[in-house]
Design a protein around this ligand. Structure first.
Ligand code: PNS
Length: 165
């Protein structure tokens, strides 16, 4: 079985992340979306709650996606998570050239740590390529409307909660 891990902060999950989940799920037998637990960062919601939001959206997807996708939280190294899941691939989205440098560095570093793990990149769909979780957090913190950028439940939460800037 070909398993891939899609790690990220997903704070919050955007329509761009969801596009990458939907498309990459079709390329693997099993896709594990892994939400990083980062106690050093102030976050808009606990990792477990962010994972539950992603799970709820994935469950509404077509069967060829929902049956293959699991959502977990993790701390530690992505390569260690991949090893524990038997995953040989890491999935990441690329929005623009500006993502490339840091993504290339992470992919090479992960490969050094674990030569059996390869990173596979999906180009984020053009209509979502401008989306950024940090900008969305900023817009929400100032009371702006993010409903075109994130799933409806996430937009409701961000509109309701006090968002750290
Ligand atoms: O959504 P993000 O914030 O761009 O995701 C970054 C993430 C979670 C993929 C990266 O920080 C990560 O892999 N963290 C786990 C710790 C780790 O493995 N660090 C070495 C990466 S080369």
């Amino acid at each position: 079985m070909n398993t891939a891990v899609y790690p990220g902060s997903f704070d919050p999950v955007t329509l761009g992340h969801l596009d990458v989940i939907q498309r990459s799920a079709k390329a693997f037998d099993r896709l594990v979306v892994a939400v990083l637990i980062n106690p050093r960062k102030s976050v808009t919601a606990e990792a477990g709650d962010r994972a539950a939001e992603i799970r709820a959206v994935v469950e509404e997807s077509a069967a060829d996606v929902s049956e293959r996708v699991e959502v977990v939280t993790f701390d530690g190294l992505t390569v260690d998570l991949a090893a524990s899941l038997g995953a040989r691939f890491v999935v990441r989205g690329l929005r623009a050239v500006s993502d490339f440098e840091s993504e290339m560095q992470m992919a090479h570093t992960n490969r050094k740590l674990s030569p059996d793990v390869d990173t596979v990149f999906f180009m984020t769909a053009l209509e979502h390529a401008y989306l950024s979780s940090s900008l969305i957090r900023e817009i929400a913190a100032f009371g702006g409307d993010v409903s075109a950028m994130v799933p409806p439940a996430v937009a409701r939460r961000l509109g309701r909660d006090t968002i750290p800037r």
